[in-house]
Design a protein around this ligand. Structure first.
Ligand code: FAD
Length: 400
């Protein structure tokens, strides 16, 4: 390990992007992931221009080209009637207004592109089946305790020294607890059902390169094509008391349709919901950020630092932004990583906190019941697509 090398705990989108961003700045990285294999977890994700700008700058544009879809619009529809409420055009807005594309992609395709780019980077060592479960700050930086689990034998523990340790270990972050904030994430009283289905049997409208958002009483539905248009990602969110910290659990068609009854949801929405044979369900959690995120040469990144409700489609985007800022700050201050991490935290905290708050507001806005829903829809119609899109300028115009 070189003098200025960095240890990252967790190889999700946050850890993988941070490793790549650091290596591109000439900083050596050891990326430690508890899973023995980086599986195809998750489903579709939207990547807005604030995130794609970073990915393109990291040289991932070519690798991702074959798998992304560039939607030409975000269409908002009323859950009950199916009527269009507003359409935000992305095809013209993205290059002119934001200077970077809007992509929708399968998380596994993004993960694969990141892993391939990392494999080409001699400065990055990826260790799988290894868990960071402790650390001690010392004069040379930090010593992380890493456990290797082998089936049937006691865990082997090894200490790794580095100049900095980054906890990119997700919503249930162990590093965040070790840094002194052991408060658990708060269940939001909502679950998300997710499925990916082949596009070919669907209607032309459901296959079109559009992000569709249906808003209804107590629930919403999002769907868009992924895998270069070969598949469609469906997310259905509703109120529920089912809770699980696991990434996801299986669910059946009847369970989903029961949450989106014919009395409250248009036939076209229910037809789409009836398409998948299998769903996965996620309990949704929220959590205030720790203040501060880190201490000395240790900090947090991605969901570990700022878990958020997915109602603004910004969780992974914020992790990608974090990665760019982290790499810039560490490259700027090679002699004082602790100071660099405080700069990084000061820059990221207010923005990610604002995005968290806005996602919570969308939780309320999306799920209104009558008569409030009627007023909301009238206001959205009156505002129209361009003005609605302009409300996201502060998110999409971000540059590292
Ligand atoms: C329904 C839903 C829809 C979403 N849609 C979008 C979207 O459209 N756009 C968007 O930008 N975001 C979206 N998100 C959010 C996005 O998925 C997350 O914000 C993002 O995946 C977080 O990445 P992460 O790397 O921080 O955490 P994770 O993906 O949780 O990765 C953490 C990694 O750390 C590993 N790990 C944990 N503990 C340790 C340890 N002690 N040592 C070593 N390794 C460890 C884990 O195994 C895991 O691989 C959505 C989320 C949900 C639930």
């Amino acid at each position: 390990m070189t003098a200025n090398s960095v240890l990252i705990a967790g190889a999700g989108i946050a850890g993988l992007t941070a490793a790549l961003a650091l290596a591109r700045r000439g900083i050596g990285v050891t990326l430690i992931e508890q899973a023995e294999k980086l599986g195809e977890a998750g489903a579709g994700i939207q990547l807005s221009p604030n995130a794609t700008r970073v990915l393109v700058a990291l040289g991932l544009g070519e690798r991702l080209k074959a798998t992304i879809v560039e939607p030409f619009a975000i269409r908002v529809r009323a859950g009950r009637s199916g009527r269009e409420i507003a359409t935000m055009r992305l095809d013209t807005a993205m290059p002119d207004r934001y200077g970077a594309p809007y992509w929708v992609i399968h998380r596994a395709d993004l993960q694969k592109a990141l892993i391939e780019a990392i494999a080409d980077e001699p400065q990055i060592a990826l260790m799988l089946g290894a868990t960071v479960d402790g650390f001690a700050i010392d004069p040379a930086g930090v010593r992380a305790r890493v456990s290797f689990q082998t089936l049937g034998s006691p865990a082997k523990r090894v200490d790794y020294g580095a100049a900095a340790l980054i906890g990119a270990d997700g919503l249930w972050s162990r590093l965040r607890a070790l840094l002194g904030d052991g408060a658990a994430p708060r269940f939001a009283g909502r679950i998300a059902f997710r499925a990916i289905v082949p596009a070919a049997p669907l209607s032309a409208q459901d296959r079109a390169p559009v992000v569709n958002l249906w808003i209804g009483a107590g629930g919403h539905l999002v769907h868009y094509p992924v895998r270069a248009g070969a598949a469609v990602n469906i997310v259905a969110v509703c109120g529920d008391q089912w809770q699980s910290p696991a990434w996801s659990t299986g669910a059946g068609r009847e369970e989903v349709l029961a949450r989106f009854p014919a009395a409250a949801w248009a036939a076209a929405a229910r037809e789409l919901l009836a398409t998948p044979d299998h769903w996965r369900k996620w309990a949704l959690y929220d959590r205030e950020q720790s203040a501060p995120w880190g201490r000395g040469p240790v900090t947090l990144l991605g969901d570990a630092a700022h878990p958020m409700l997915p109602f603004l489609a910004q969780g992974a985007a914020m992790a990608i932004e974090d990665a760019a800022v982290l790499a810039r700050e560490l490259a700027r201050s090679p002699a004082d990583y602790a100071a660099a991490l405080r700069h990084y935290e000061r820059e990221r905290w207010p923005r990610t906190a604002r995005v968290q708050r806005e996602a919570r507001r969308n939780d309320v806005r999306y799920h209104l019941r009558q008569p409030a829903a009627f007023i909301r829809d009238a206001m959205l119609r009156a505002a129209g697509g361009p003005r609605l899109l302009a409300r996201y300028d502060w998110i999409y115009r971000w540059r590292p």
